[in-house]
Every structure is written in C-alpha cells, then in structure tokens.
Write a protein that binds this ligand. Structure first.
Ligand code: PLP
Length: 418
C-alpha cells in the first residue's frame, strides 16, 4: 500500500524501495512493526533529520502539546495572536544573536528561507534600490526544496539542476575551505563587492554546510562575510535551520564567531522535532525598511502561521535547553564520536572522518551503496540514512554513551559495507 500510494522524499511513485514501518518512538529508539536485520528496535542516529534533539516522546514536550491541545490547537494569525507565540517570539529574540528583534513564524525550513529572501528583496525595494534582487551563496550549500531556496542550493549537488532556467540566477562563491585561508577570504569579499549593486543578500549555512555535503569551515569566515556585507551594503542571512539549537556545540553556529546576521532562519529542532515549524528573524533595520515602503507590509501569511501547538512545544523545548545540560551532552557526544569513529579511517574506501559537536561524518571516496550501508547499520541495531558519499550521524543530545558506541560501530560497519 505504501509503495502504491505514498510519495516519499526524493523517490519515485510507485516506490522502488521498502521503507521501514515505525510503530512508535521513545527516547532514542524507533520501534518497528517488523524486525529489520534482526532488530525490532533501532537506536536513531538521525534525530529524524536532525530535529529530535531531546529524543522521542519526551514527557515535558508531550505534556506541552497535550496541555495546549486542550486550549486551542490552531487559530489564524492574521488579526489574532496568542500567548504561546508571544512568549516564544520574545524568547527567540533573547537567545539568538544580538540585534535580531522581530520573528516571522513559518511552517518549514524551506518557507523560512523563502521568507528571508523575500524580506531582503522587499527591504531593498522599499528603500529605493529595486535592482538589488540577487543572492550570493557558497557552493556546497543546501537551503531547502522550494523555489527560492533551490536557487541557492549547490548547483551540482542534487536534483535541482532540473529547474535551471526557471530558478532565479544567483551568484556562487567557491565553498569555504575548512581552515581559514586569507586568500579565499579576500576573494570572497571581492566577489561581494563586485556584485554589490545587484545583491540583496548573502545567504550561508554558518560553520556547517549540511545536506549539501556535511562540510565544516572556520567560523572566521562569518566575520569576513559580516565585514564584506557591511562594506558593500548587502544584507547577511544565516541559515541556522540545521545548526541551530546546539548542534555544533554553541546554541547557534553564529555564536562561534560572535557575529550577528541581519536575517536568520531557524527550524528543525525549534519544535524539538515534534511539529513542522520554523521562523525567520530580522533586525529592526530590515523590518523598519520594509515598513517604510510603498507596500509597507511583508507580503507573506501562511494559513498555519504561529500554530499554537508548535509554539507551545517550541517553548517547552527552549525550557529543556535553558534548564538542561545540552552543552555538556553535546561535548560528551563530540568526544564519543571522535573516539568511536576513529577506526573508520582505517576502512578501505574511507576518504575522511570529521566530527563537530553532535555531528559525526564519514566520507567515502565513492557513492555509498545506500541499501547495503543501511542494512549494515540495521544489523548493529542502528538507524542511519546515508546520502551521496556520506555516512553520518546527528544523534539526539540525550543519547547515552552505550548507544553512541553502537552508532559509531554501525557507521564503521556501514562504511565497510557501503
Ligand atoms: N536549510 C537548511 C540548512 C537545511 O538543512 C534544511 C533541511 O535540511 C532546510 C533549509 C529546509 O528545511 P525543511 O526541510 O524544513 O524545509
């Protein structure tokens, strides 16, 4: 029935693979309807695409949704507001880098990137510079699957090249080197300067480029971008949808450099992975600029904007982050991944092993045989979802040492099999 009727991400219909049926999830474990490679329960190495940072069925998050459900599951956000949204917006302003003052709630990461692009383009129109409409980004990035985000994804990385000609034509800089390279930094600043008249904004994933290739780079480049954007009169967008809420070891990746963007996108872990939810934050300068325009409103308003259930669970997730020991846990996971993934370097076909915060990556010198690698991980009782030449983990922060060791062993086995 699934293969006949359900369309899965980046898949054909009728389906050609057989997805595992998950009956329930709790803590860091997925419980399957049928055993996979001998296991009914798999330790989740993926946090459901990096979102379930506190694990599944967390009592505090469950209670927040249940409590809100009794009051109001949804109400339109045009002309109406509610306490969970107000409280969440104020708290997001407090925890994100200084200067971000206004919060636009979106329903997914891709939409929050659409909103970020729209904010920047509309800002320049409003202040009398309508020619500034393009975005500059790094190669190797990923910002989502709707049209504006697709235009700033790595043009060679995925399937989005299908849309070349339809997508806005953006400006691409080379992907940043891992270590700080002053020559590269200068070239980057020069490129921004050269295109200043047509650039609305630079958009990047700070410190970690995720779905475009799991590459890490020096936070120093964020300072370079900030200075170059200021000098050229270009806005700076940080897409922290993957990196936000502690994944890299700081609450936001921008915190590694102490740099504030003009606009910031957050999603995924914002709701602890419970509900589809995201937000775009901006400075007062951007918001005021838009408000001074001939169309003085941001022309965007999704039906499920500011959903109270999502706001309530996001507030509860922030409570867990505020009172919990996520930072210690991410440090512990980082050390565990470094030790546990070290043996992967000796596996034939492994090109690189890298770790940052609660992110562990094994890169092969060839495309992963995804089915074989997934089975090898399953045989170790672990759920992984490799892509391209990458086998990686972004586990929930509550993953205990024994489970982390299992994840590492599964990655090494998957690297050998895939
Ligand atoms: N931006 C980044 C950095 C992402 O990693 C993703 C998703 O992986 C997105 C945007 C898109 O988010 P969503 O899948 O919620 O639309």
């Amino acid at each position: 029935m699934d293969r006949a009727h359900v369309w899965h991400p980046y898949s054909p219909v009728p389906g050609t693979s057989t997805p595992l049926v998950v009956e329930s999830a709790s803590g860091v474990r997925l419980r399957l309807a049928e055993p996979f490679e001998g296991h009914r329960e798999l330790v989740d190495g993926m946090s459901s695409w990096w979102a379930a940072i506190h694990g599944y069925a967390h009592p505090v998050l469950d209670a927040a949704v249940r409590d809100q459900l009794g009051r109001m599951s949804h109400v339109m956000f045009g002309g109406l507001t509610h306490e969970p949204a107000i409280r969440l917006a104020a708290r997001l302003v407090e925890v994100t880098p200084p200067g971000l003052e206004h919060v636009f709630f979106a329903d997914s990461g891709s939409v929050s990137v659409e909103v970020a692009a729209k904010m920047c383009l509309q800002y320049w129109r409003s202040v009398g510079r309508p020619g500034k409409q393009r975005l500059l980004t790094w190669r190797g990035g990923y910002h989502g699957d709707t049209f504006h985000p697709m235009s700033v994804c790595d043009p060679e990385g995925g399937m989005h090249h299908l849309w070349t000609g339809v997508l806005p034509r953006q400006v691409f800089a080379d992907a940043p080197p891992v270590e700080f390279d002053p020559g590269y930094a200068q070239r980057l600043a020069d490129l921004i300067g050269q295109h200043a008249d047509e650039l609305a904004a630079v958009i990047v994933e700070p410190v970690v480029q995720g779905a475009g290739g799991m590459r890490f780079h020096s936070p120093e480049y964020l300072r370079v971008l900030r200075e170059a954007c200021d000098a050229a009169g270009v806005l700076l967008i940080f897409d922290e949808i993957a990196t936000g809420f502690g994944r890299t070891g700081e609450l936001f990746a921008a915190d590694h450099a102490g740099v504030s963007p003009d606009v910031m996108c957050i999603g995924k872990a914002i709701s602890g992975g419970y509900l589809s939810f995201a937000a775009t934050l901006c400075t007062s300068e951007v918001a005021d600029g838009i408000s001074r325009g001939s169309v003085p409103v941001l022309a965007h308003g999704p039906t499920f904007m500011g959903n109270p259930l999502a706001c309530a669970v996001a507030n509860a997730s922030l409570d867990l982050l505020a009172h919990g020991d996520w930072k210690t846990n991410v440090k512990r996971i980082e050390a565990g991944l470094r030790a546990g993934l070290a043996p992967a370097s000796g596996v034939p076909g492994v090109a690189d092993v890298r770790v940052l915060g609660a992110i562990g990556v094994v890169q092969l010198d060839h495309e992963v045989d995804i089915a074989a690698a997934t089975r090898a991980a399953g045989a170790n009782g672990v759920w992984l979802r490799p892509f391209r030449d990458l086998i990686y983990t972004m586990p929930p922060y509550v993953t205990e040492d024994a489970d982390l060791e299992r994840i590492c062993a599964a990655i090494v086995a998957a690297a050998a099999a895939g």
